[in-house]
Structures are given as C-alpha cells and as structure tokens.
Design a protein around this ligand. Structure first.
Ligand code: CA
Length: 437
C-alpha cells in the first residue's frame, strides 16, 4: 500500500507565502516537476519545482549546495533541459529530492536563505516539454467515453466485445507534442462528405479536443521483461494534463482497419508540470466496477490495484472563444469529471503495454484516453457533448458550438481535494486552433 509520509502533512507551513493562497495548485504538499526558463531570456531550460506562484530552480539550488546525498544526485539529474535522467533514477530518488525540498521550504528551515536566491516567479517563466519523449501511446481507458462514442456508430452494441478484457490503445506521434500554449493551424485532410462515395481534400470541419491525463514512465523495463502489475506504480514518474486534439471527419474516414492516423497526429498539448505519484498518494481510491462484470485476466489484476489503483483527480474543460477574448470575458466551462471513473487503472496500462515483452523507457508518455464520466455533463470531448455534432452546445455568451472554430482556446485543469488532505492541482493546459493555412 502507498504510505503517506511527512511531506503530505496538512499542517506544513511554507515560507513561500503564495503556497498558502486559497485555491493554489502548488502548496508544499504537491511539489511537481517541470522544465522552465525566464521568458524571453535565451537562458537554458532546466528543471524546476512549482511552489505557490514561484518555481524553485533546481540547477541554481544544486549550485548553491542546498542538497545532500541522494537528493543531490536527483537534483543534479534535473539540471538540464529534460528530466529523463531523473525519471530513470526511480521513485526513491525523486522522493528523496521531494523530502529535501519539503524540509527546505518549511518556515524556519536553515536552508531558507540559500533557497530564496533560487526562486523564479511563475509569471516570468516559460516552459518546455519536460522530457525527451521516446514513444507516446494513447489508451482508451474510459468505458463511458468508449460507450458514448460507440453509441454514435453502433447504437445496438456500443461497446466492442474486447473492451472489458483488453486495455485498448494505439501508438501515437511524439513530434507534434507541445507544451501548454501550443497553437496550430486547422489541419487539412481526406474527408467523406455525407452521402458521397468519394472523399474530398479539405480543412477539417470537425476539430475536437480530448480531456486526458498523460503518464510519464520513470524507470523502464528491459526488452522481453514484462512489468508485473504490483511493480507497475514504481515505473511511473508522474502525471500531467493532456489534450489529444482530434479531427473527427478525418478520423471517421481513415480509422478502419488500423485506427487513428492523421486525425490525431497534428497536435497534442501537455501541461508543463508533472505531479508525482507520491504527491497523489492521498487521492488514491479503490477501483470500482459494477457487480457481474468479467474479472480481468490474472496478469491485469491484483488486490493492491483493486484497493487503491484508481485516483480521484477532478478534471474540467473550459472554452475561450475569440469573441470572449476580445470582450475580456472569462472562459466558460464545458464539462467536469474525475479520473476515478476510468475502467482500466494506470498500473493496468503499464502492465498490459509490457506483457508481450515491449520495453518502456524513461520519459515515455502514455495517454489515458478521453476521460468521460457517467453523466452527460462529464463528457471529455465535443463529439460526445454534442452527440456527434447533432446537438450544439450553447455557451454563456450566446455563442454555440458543435466542433471548434478558428480562434478557440481550450483550457483543461485538474485538481485533487478531500477532507484531511491539502488540495493539490495540475495547473492548466491550454491550446489554440488557428485558421487553416
Ligand atoms: Ca485520445
């Protein structure tokens, strides 16, 4: 079972005042990792840890001699522009660094003086994709999303017969993954007009977002050596928010028989901060499945994963249209749900991915697939919210949407909250659709 430790103590007091601001995503109990530099500075990107409205510059802290022993070795591995070396060291190393930072950031820490010189305001920072992602695999772990989408195409049997047995996924594209703030032109592609027998080449008219979590692999596995389900969590470094942009009209024409291709690989946007599994420990919840559902094959099941393999991470999607931006109006919320509704756990994703001997490497990224909950307002994509584009969503300012329009910015946020623990958040991931070029 995942132990809580002194870094989760709700009573911790931090000398960074903004770490105590109501609603902050980054209290002392969170300490997520990212890669940053001062905006517009031309400085090298390097590892950092978010605290309140600030960032602890790990390269500066390491140079200032703040850390000892294993924490120092972990900080050293995070001084460059990618966190793969830190990820490869495994959970004991990132945990040692987390503990050292937690102690150094507490009020009256003897390290306060040295650490104060290593802090950069988030308002003055820009971020990079925090790892060299070797491979990216996107899963399909939300049964509610799978059923909602399946119902549009196959009303009589929305779920494919394999869904409850095998975690479905496909191999995605790394080159177009960008960090929050990503902008991309509306893609063109082959689409089949309604009633037509031949496709046309045109800008996609059905651009959608997908609300997902991204999972960074920490230590990998050797080719031919699968990861057992109870070892899977120790191979996960942490989680981020992920928007898997999708061109639904391109997808509908191309997806059979090999799955998504150009409908998905033009842009994927991730949040800059990686929240570690250790930080998420207070928010583990039991895997809940209705009575009478098939028991997974033995390699995909363990008592520990059933007891605490799911996470209650509250997620929301907001839309800021070009009109809202011009009128200085706030973004409007389209949907909210929780990761706890997923059918397959994070450990099941990792174990299934490697069961045939496939090797995962530090910095590899897994997507959970669109996370939709059981209720209509919990749909993680416009495809579901608008029932395949047939029922437009009316926004608070009177605009409506079936799919995204040029100039739309999609914002996703995530946070964990429960009595007896301090709220922690993921920050946000935002991305903007530009007109076709
Ligand atoms: Ca997806």
């Amino acid at each position: 079972m995942t132990a809580l430790n002194e870094t989760h103590d709700p009573a911790l007091d931090c000398w960074v005042e903004s770490a105590h601001s109501p609603g902050t995503d980054f209290p002392l109990q969170n300490l997520p990792f990212g890669v940053f530099r001062r905006a517009g500075s031309g400085e090298a990107f390097r590892g950092g840890v978010a605290i309140g409205a600030e960032i602890v510059d790990l390269a500066a802290a390491q140079a200032a001699g703040v850390f000892d022993g294993q924490a120092a070795r972990a900080a050293q591995a995070a001084t460059g522009p990618q966190l793969n070396a830190l990820m490869a060291m495994g959970p004991a190393a990132s945990s040692a660094l987390r503990l050292a930072l937690s102690r150094g950031l507490r009020r009256e820490s003897p390290l306060e003086g040295r650490l104060r010189g290593c802090v950069v305001p988030q308002a003055r920072a820009e971020y990079a994709v925090p790892a060299e992602i070797g491979d990216y695999t996107d899963f399909y772990t939300s049964i509610h999303h799978a059923a909602n989408v399946g119902r549009l195409f196959r009303p009589d049997h929305p779920l494919m017969p394999n869904y409850k047995w095998v975690p479905i996924g496909y191999h995605g594209r790394v080159s177009s993954i960008g960090v929050s703030g990503q902008e991309f032109a509306r893609p063109r592609g082959q689409v089949l007009p309604k009633g037509a027998t031949a496709p046309v080449f045109a800008p996609s008219a059905r651009i959608d977002y997908e609300l997902e979590l991204g999972v960074y692999i920490g230590t990998g596995n050797a080719l031919g050596a699968p990861i057992a389900i109870d070892d899977a969590p120790s191979h996960v470094f942490g989680l981020c928010l992920l928007n898997d942009w999708s061109a639904r009209d391109v997808q509908a024409w191309e997806y059979q028989p090999l799955g998504p291709f150009l409908a998905k690989n033009f842009a994927t946007t991730i949040s800059p901060w990686i929240v570690t599994l250790e930080a998420l420990a207070p928010y583990r919840v039991p895997l809940s499945r209705p009575e009478g559902e098939p028991k997974p094959l033995a390699y995909l099941e363990s008592p520990a994963d059933i007891a605490e393999g799911a996470f209650d991470i509250r997620l929301e999607v907001l839309l800021e249209t070009a009109r809202m931006r011009a009128a200085h109006e706030p973004a409007v919320r389209l949907a909210a749900t929780s990761y706890r509704h997923a059918w397959w756990t994070l450990a099941q994703m990792v174990t299934h991915h490697t069961v045939n001997g496939c090797n995962l490497r530090p910095g590899d990224l897994l997507g959970t697939g669109t996370l939709s909950g059981p209720e209509p307002g919990e749909a993680g994509a416009l495809l579901e919210l608008t029932v395949g584009g047939t029922q437009p969503v009316t926004l608070a300012d009177g605009e409506s949407r079936t799919f995204l329009e040029d100039g739309d910015t999609v914002i996703m946020r995530g946070a964990c909250e429960r009595p007896g623990a301090v709220r922690i958040g993921f920050g946000e991931v935002r991305g903007t659709l530009l007109p076709a070029t």
